[in-house]
Design a protein around this ligand. Structure first.
Ligand SMILES: C[S@@+](CC[C@H](N)C(=O)[O-])C[C@H]1O[C@@H](n2cnc3c(N)ncnc32)[C@H](O)[C@@H]1O
Length: 206
């Protein structure tokens, strides 16, 4: 018999169980800036950031509920009031459920590469997605994106560098990798261990 699923509310909530446009104050209990980790996976960056920056609210968005629940478990174990995970599709979230210009920064780390050319249309980062980022990020806010797939980074940077609403900026330095926890995300660690180059991008919303 399958084990009963632990209720991780309020740390994990499926988007389908939320109504209307998200109210950050109702979710986090304050008006602090909100940063989103889109495709947060199992939540290393989300949890580290939530701990390091209590003055900011951190929202993970993750399609895969198993990964989303792992990320939420990390937050729940530490009873972090400023971190939450929503399970669902980032397109739905960014196009309809997030208030326009209500997000201080969006982080998109190591989006699935979908290596085969015939699968490229499944990639998260498309011109439509860049428009959705422009929709939700505040004027003066930021989009961070890293990947270990050079060809995908060319696509991402071309979309963002040429987008009318974004200006490219110098990205923050990469962690030195001094120890096994000195990585931004799980996929960053994986890429570094494989000896891959890591491409980093930062864009500011006009
Ligand atoms: C390669 S993993 C990277 C996870 C994490 N950012 C990291 O760097 O370790 C990409 C993640 O994006 C999630 N994802 C893909 N498409 C998504 C979408 N449309 N909405 C939300 N999450 C998505 C996947 O389920 C997966 O967990």
């Amino acid at each position: 018999m399958p084990l009963p699923t632990v209720d991780l509310r309020p740390y994990f909530v499926p988007l389908v169980e939320m109504e209307g446009v998200l109210d950050w104050k109702a979710i986090f209990g304050n008006d602090h800036p909100v940063e989103m980790d889109i495709g947060c996976g199992r939540g290393k960056f989300l949890c580290d950031s939530t701990l390091a920056h209590p003055e900011t609210n951190w929202l993970g968005a993750e399609l895969d509920y198993t990964e989303a629940r792992r990320a939420a478990t990390r937050l729940a174990k530490r009873s972090l009031p400023n971190g939450r995970v929503i399970g669902g599709d980032a397109h739905e979230l960014l196009s309809k459920r997030v208030e326009p210009h209500s997000v201080a920064a969006a982080h998109v780390y190591f989006p699935d590469p979908w290596w085969k050319r015939k699968h490229h249309k499944r990639r998260l980062f498309t011109d439509e997605f860049a428009d959705l980022l422009a929709r939700v990020v505040k004027h003066g806010g930021f989009v961070h994106s890293w990947t270990d797939v050079g060809e995908y980074f060319e696509v991402i940077s071309s979309l963002m560098n040429h987008h009318a609403e974004f200006t490219p900026q110098e990205p923050p330095p990469e962690p030195a990798g001094a120890n096994d926890l000195d990585y931004l995300t799980n996929y960053h660690r994986r890429g570094r261990r494989a000896g891959s180059n890591i491409w980093r991008g930062l864009w500011q919303r006009r």
